[in-house]
Design a protein around this ligand. Structure first.
Ligand code: MG
Length: 160
């Protein structure tokens, strides 16, 4: 695979909710369900099962892992990432309002990686505008990162 960094959206890419609207803090880990967080009202959010193995795979290939999110509540996203124990995989993040072109431009500048050496996995088609700055857009039509989607976009046979 030819990318130096893979950028991931958060909501409906790594987990099945909008962390700024569906979740109320404080959050805590579920006592028995794996990779599940419970919010103030008992609402449960489980990390998609292929996320950690995919992050492990990218780590093993020395490919950087970034996140880019339009979330209106970065503190909630941060807390989820911490509880899901994803901090150790994520090299850098850029969150907040506006186009992901801006998010990724900042990530590119800070990490000295050209946008053309990155791809973005995202469930929202509007974020395809990152292609205008050279990022490959990997659309997740089923609102979920899976190995099958990952391999479809990042396939060794497509290497050049
Ligand atoms: Mg999303």
């Amino acid at each position: 695979m030819s990318y130096k960094a893979v950028v991931f959206d958060l909501d409906y890419t790594l987990w099945p909710c909008w962390c700024d609207t569906h979740i109320s803090t404080p959050l805590k880990l579920h006592k028995s369900k794996k990779n599940t967080v419970v919010d103030k009202y008992g609402y449960e959010v489980t990390l998609y099962e292929d996320v950690v193995p995919i992050f492990e795979y990218l780590r093993s290939k020395n490919i950087k892992i970034f996140t880019a999110s339009r979330t209106a509540s970065p503190p909630t996203a941060k807390k989820l990432i911490k509880l899901f124990n994803l901090e150790k995989y994520i090299d850098d993040s850029e969150w907040g309002w506006g186009s992901k072109k801006n998010h990724i431009s900042k990530l590119a500048g800070r990490n000295d990686i050209d946008p053309s050496e990155m791809c973005l996995f995202d469930d929202e088609y509007r974020n395809k505008d990152v292609e205008e700055i050279g990022v490959k857009f990997c659309y997740l039509p089923n609102e979920k990162l899976t190995w099958s989607e990952f391999n479809k976009h990042i396939n060794p046979s497509h290497e050049h």
